[in-house]
Design a protein around this ligand. Structure first.
Ligand code: A2P
Length: 275
């Protein structure tokens, strides 16, 4: 299963998330590739690009069969430093192009020059895109005001906005804005960083469909045309999150999930809050 980005690029519908994956990277990435993931999401800030690159090399994975995403970190925002950070990511990942490159976090609008720095960083991504170094470009953790400002100050619209998205944290304003603008939403922490595994509504619903709660959360994102990026270091869970039998969540159950109480933002560091 796949989605099509606004520049017509195909993106595999489920990606393997690697935030906080710093130990056993080779083992985990090997299991993910064997389980069938064709889409890996990393970032310079995750500190695992080099280990992921080395593992893909070791596995002799045909580069064209993997959709590889990375992100420029906050400390590298701005035109020149973004271009430099991109080259470092390519080097770490042992590749000569990325499928998708994202601005990891916007500059907060509490900072005086936020619009300018976001726009200059975006100009670097546009340059990389126009020069064929990356097949698609986008942003991450952008809220509506960040997106509005970027669209006013740019020539190429982002293809993706990667945000936290899961039952109990649906960010409806941002999702609605992205859908109207044909910006594909990707979901980080689609299982709520594991916080939803014991949720009584989801446990009951998962039983009804004879699936795991994690699989229910993944299907929930897919049915909302959102790319889930589940994380796991457990080989059974890695496989379960991509190999489940197709099922469709009924509208009444979708509605029950839409009505769930807010569980709040998963960012572990207060500094991660983008607003
Ligand atoms: P584990 O590594 O033991 O599988 P998210 O993707 O929302 O950030 O959630 C990640 C968390 O969810 C991790 O703690 C992971 O633990 C857990 N997890 C991922 N997939 C499953 C699954 N299929 N069943 C149970 N727990 C899962």
């Amino acid at each position: 299963m796949s989605f099509i980005l606004n520049n017509k690029l195909t993106i595999p519908a489920i990606g393997f998330g690697t935030w906080q994956l710093t130990e056993d990277v080779e083992k985990v990435i090997t299991e993910a590739v064997k389980a069938g993931y064709k889409h890996i999401d990393t970032a310079a800030a995750y500190g695992n690009e080099a280990a992921i690159g080395a593992t893909l090399k070791k596995l002799n994975v045909n580069r064209e069969t993997i959709f590889l995403t990375s992100k420029v970190w906050k400390s590298d925002l701005g035109y020149e430093s973004t271009l430099k950070a991109f080259e470092q990511s390519l080097h770490n990942l042992q590749t000569d192009y990325l499928d998708l490159y994202l601005i990891h976090w916007p500059v907060k609008n509490s900072e005086s020059n936020w619009e300018q720095v976001n726009a200059e960083t975006w100009r670097a991504l546009e340059y990389l895109y126009k020069n064929g170094k990356v097949k698609a470009i986008g942003v991450s953790n952008f809220l509506v005001h960040h997106l509005e400002s970027l669209l006013e100050n740019s020539t190429i619209k982002p293809m993706v906005n990667q945000i936290e998205y899961h039952p109990g944290y649906l960010q409806p304003e941002t999702v609605t804005y992205c859908k109207a603008a044909d910006i594909l939403v990707e979901a980080w922490s689609p299982i709520g960083s594991g916080r939803l595994l014991q949720d009584s509504t989801l446990v009951k619903m998962a039983k009804k469909y004879n699936v795991q709660v994690a699989q229910l959360c993944i299907q929930f994102a897919l049915q909302n045309n959102i790319v889930p990026l589940p994380k796991s270091t457990n080989s059974k869970n890695i496989a379960a999150n991509i190999q489940f039998e197709p099922f469709v969540i009924a509208q009444e159950d979708l509605n029950e999930i839409y009505d769930m109480n807010e569980v709040g933002f998963s960012g572990l560091l207060p500094d991660l809050v983008p607003f």
